[in-house]
Ligand binder design. Structure first.
Ligand SMILES: [Mn+2]
Length: 413
């Protein structure tokens, strides 16, 4: 049996005001072709189908068009969609009965009163035999989790305990139904410990682990866990079979060098026999220019020299998106207009200006022995908080800061 694992489409997303409709459309048609070429039996979409809880009509149209086309082209294909933190669980679940009728299973939200059957889906191979059981678990808000043994435990502990209890309960339920030779699989939309979230200035940033779940919330008898939430494809916690597929397109400038992919998973009996990344072709380039931050006049020369013509066969919607990097000694009120005029006629669009300024302030608080570039944002936050408030930031506050940083790095407005 062959599965395709994808997540974090973020349909309806805009990057600094630029809609991504064209890129999403090209991805979805590539995905349709790939499902056929790879003889896929089941497609798993592990959350964040949409970028927002109330996606624009065009994004919803892309979603429904895709599902209809998948059904038309591949009548046997099973599709499973679970909600992410960006999705509205209720909105995703609303059309579920209609989608169910065409063989698309949607679990937008999973609530404490839901019977475990709701999350348990049998998956069939090409011969129509039920060869796997899938625990279709969406993003879980704290109120969706089973009550903690200790209601006074810190929020983070309750989050970990709640996830652990839920996956444990569902796995036990599934084990009771599983026939010999059937694989047990799960989805999830969460932030796992050790997950690499983004890159800033070519420097890898490990988020603190305040909001993160340890990988052992997933019982070992799950043959594969298809995760969504982090946009960089990766296995987590040293378990090759617990994986983020990552997003199919870069959702922020910091994600432009990720190997965007969907993950092909092959099962034989109860075990995974093959995991293969299928790279998604990049249809719109995200370019940061120049490599280093330079003075405005030099940057303008570079922009004027950019190609004016679209390469043959490249449509206007595919023009590259540029982040322009500038070194500023003095304030420059009309910087954006200046850069835009330097780019006039260029095949490409200015979406972001990244400004660096000389730091004239003397460092007031010693931050260990390292300089700023060797510190993580969380360390800087803790030091700044300690300086301003004369006390230590609580783990909850640090967790909130990390959540904000996570959203910022993902390019949320
Ligand atoms: Mn997410």
């Amino acid at each position: 049996m062959r599965l395709l694992h994808t997540a974090d489409w973020h349909l309806g997303q805009t990057l600094h005001g630029v809609p991504r409709t064209y890129e999403h459309g090209r991805f979805l048609s590539w995905l349709l072709t790939t499902i056929g070429e790879q003889a896929i039996d089941a497609l798993l979409i592990a959350g964040d189908v949409f970028d927002s809880a109330s996606p624009p009509p065009l994004a919803q149209e892309q979603y429904f068009q895709f599902l209809a086309a998948a059904r038309r082209l591949y009548p046997r294909l099973q599709v499973v969609v679970v909600g992410g933190n960006h999705d509205s669980a209720a909105r995703l679940d609303a059309p579920a009965p209609v989608l169910q009728a065409i063989g698309v299973n949607v679990i937008g939200g999973l609530f404490p009163d839901d019977p475990p059957e709701r999350a348990l889906l049998p998956l069939r191979n090409a011969a129509g035999e039920e060869v796997a059981l899938l625990l279709a678990v969406p993003f879980l808000r704290p109120r969706d989790l089973p009550g903690a043994a200790d209601p006074n435990a810190p929020a983070q502990q309750r989050l970990v305990d709640g996830h652990r209890a839920l996956y444990q309960r569902l796995t036990e339920f599934a084990e009771g139904r599983r026939k010999k030779g059937q694989a047990l699989l799960a989805t999830g939309h969460a932030y796992l410990q050790g997950g690499m979230v983004s890159e800033l200035s070519e420097r890898k940033i490990q988020m603190g682990n305040q909001q993160a779940l340890p990988v052992d919330v997933f019982p070992e008898n799950l043959a594969y866990v298809a995760l969504g939430h982090l946009h960089r494809a990766q296995a987590v916690g040293g378990r090759e079979t617990v994986r983020y597929s990552g997003s199919p397109i870069p959702l922020s400038m910091t994600e432009r060098d990720y190997p965007h992919q969907v993950v092909l998973v092959e099962l034989d009996g109860e075990r995974v026999t093959k995991i293969e990344a299928l790279l998604v072709p990049r249809t719109v380039e995200l370019i940061a220019i120049p490599e280093a931050h330079l003075m405005v006049e030099r940057v303008k020369e570079i922009l004027r020299a950019l190609p004016k013509e679209a390469p043959p066969g490249v449509p206007p919607e595919a023009q590259p998106l540029y982040e322009v990097r500038v070194w500023l000694e003095e304030p420059r009120p009309h910087l954006k207009a200046e850069l835009e005029s330097a780019m006039e006629g260029v095949f490409g669009r200015l979406v972001r200006i990244d400004v660096k300024r000389p730091d004239r302030r003397a460092p007031e608080v010693p931050l260990g022995t390292g300089d700023l570039s060797s510190l993580s944002p969380v360390e800087v936050f803790k030091a700044a908080y300690a300086r301003e408030r004369k006390k230590v930031a609580t783990p909850e506050l640090v967790g909130l800061f990390e959540g904000l940083l996570d959203e910022l790095l993902r390019g949320d407005p």
